[in-house]
Write a protein that binds this ligand. Sequence first.
Ligand SMILES: *Cc1c(COP(=O)(O)O)cnc(C)c1O
Length: 378
Amino acid sequence: MKVAEFELRDRDEDYININPLQTAGKTYADTRKAIISYIDGYSVCDWCKGDLCSIEKPPVKKFLEDVSGFLGMDSTILTNGCREAKYSVLHTLTEHGDSVVVDGNKHYTTYVAAERAGLKIYEVKSSGHPEFKIEPEGYAEAFEKVKAETGRLPKVAVLTHVDGSYGNIVDSAKVSGICRDYGVPLLLNTAYSSGRMPVDGKKLGADFIACSCHKSWAAGGGNIGLLATTDEWSDNLFRQSTEYKVKTLEILGCSTRGSSTLALMASYPHVKERVKRWDTEVENARWLVDELERLGLKPLGVQPTEHDLNFVESDVLYEISQTHKKKNFYLYHELKRRGVVGVKAGLTKQFKFSTYGKSREQVEHLAWAFKDIIEKFG
Ligand SMILES: *Cc1c(COP(=O)(O)O)cnc(C)c1O
């Protein structure tokens, strides 16, 4: 069906969608109702007294207080995605020319946030192919390097808790211990962890937590994130304009709102429950990775996998593309014919997928789809 000049979208309605960007951002039925009811512009402003995060009707303030507890932090604000949260921290703590240490598996938005803040970026390299592991000790080495080269420690360190390429989980408590020893605050990027699995900022020792809620908190197609911090930093990080006393500076007075905010609030009770089922998510992912290995695919990242996002090298599927009439687009089409979407069209040699939220039957269907394609064309 068409609206204006575009086709309506059909993914999770009719297919098993394994696009890692989308599996945990998918909305619940009641979330969709909340979105429609708040879809018009500035809808959340009906009862606003000037500050988005203090709105009591609908209960944004109460929601954010609860989220702070859920994340093991002291206070939280809404942001335009994970990237705005990260930029806010970097912009608050640094001046142009300062240094930041980031991990080698960082998302590009960490880099561009640091670049926009005018920072010199030092990287903790991963172990490379095939594990791409980030060793916590690498942070101590990087701090020493920054000190030797610039005469000062970095103002802040950023760690990708779970990276978006391999789904590796880094021992954040170890990294934060090193940061504490050096007196460098730690920003934990939980775009692929909070909302999917339990994340306790106090246990992990994070000073700041950035979240992506359209990715991992079932907030749907809008644009929304969270920035949480501890009492030590909140006054500075959430400081207000000198002229407009209720307007939080780092989010330019008001951040994401309307249906995105209400979507997040509507999904939150589901999110709180689903993180308790993380062990099942990991079991499902491990089962499928095992099956794919049996078919000749090779998982990258730390194994056995600890996350629903996985990356595989798939020479067997690439070989098929050499003779299939649809060439490298065959995999996309053959999967779709078998009820599966989410592997990027054109990829055959390597690809990422996520099993988040899938039932065991659906995961078994995924294994069958790949097996059937390999048996038919391989
Ligand atoms: C997706 C992703 C981001 C970006 O999140 P936004 O909410 O879209 O800004 C940042 N970091 C990681 C690791 C990601 O996977």
